[in-house]
Ligand binder design. Structure first.
Ligand code: GDP
Length: 197
């Protein structure tokens, strides 16, 4: 499994300090607590990998991981909406996130994680609009799907699909659970496609 080759490369506080903008990159984003670290650890089968990003000082950093070679990368974007972060910092950080999404040439896809019980919050909509502006491929994960029964989970999936259509967004979406590993293969396939694996 190629995703197991994931290795931490570096953390960058802003776009102009990132690793060289070459090759292919797929970025993971979501509101804090959406299950991003768990998902990254789950798909790479490494319990500690995304823990570096969780240290307080690094929550505002862009964290880069190589996937077998430095030109195929996974990027862990800062979780958005930490209550502990002051408003001013949030604004600065929002700008950095926007810069990254709009200007990063090697970025070939965005994986946007949303808790299946709280989908499409303001932050999520903002990310989707930025991605649309840039024509960026987005794959949405409705995370913690194990928290709902199959019926209700499928209903959320359909509702979010409908809402995306209303927003004129043609993005792919799936249910995901780091706990039960639901949707793991589907995600790996999507990522392989975006990274030319
Ligand atoms: P992050 O802030 O987006 O990186 O979120 P974390 O990965 O740290 O997860 C936030 C909380 O949700 C933690 O308490 C996790 O144990 C829990 N969690 C994450 N993924 C799942 C999942 O697939 N199922 C369930 N039931 N809980 C999850």
């Amino acid at each position: 499994n190629w995703l197991r080759k994931a290795e931490f490369l570096m953390s960058a506080p802003k776009l102009n300090l990132c690793v060289e903008d070459s090759g292919f990159e797929i970025a993971f984003a979501g509101r804090s607590n959406a299950g991003k670290s768990s998902a990254i650890n789950c798909i790479t089968d490494q319990n500690q990998l995304a823990r570096a990003s969780k240290r307080p000082g690094r929550t505002q950093m862009i964290n880069f991981f190589s996937l077998g070679n430095p030109d195929q990368r996974l990027v862990d974007l800062p979780g958005y909406g930490y209550a502990a972060v002051p408003e001013e910092m949030k604004k600065v950080w929002q700008k950095e996130l926007q810069n990254y999404l709009i200007e990063r040439k090697s970025l070939t896809g965005l994986v946007l994680l949303m808790d299946v019980r709280h989908p499409l919050k303001d932050f999520d909509r903002m990310m989707l609009e930025w991605a649309k502006d840039r024509n960026l491929f987005v794959h949405i994960l409705l995370t913690k799907a194990d928290k709902l029964n199959r019926g209700p989970a499928s209903t959320v999936l359909l509702e979010v699909k409908k809402e995306l259509k209303k927003m004129k967004l043609d993005f792919s979406i799936q249910l995901f659970s780091s706990l039960s590993k639901l949707g793991l293969e589907e995600l790996a396939m999507v990522m392989a496609g975006r990274l030319n694996y």
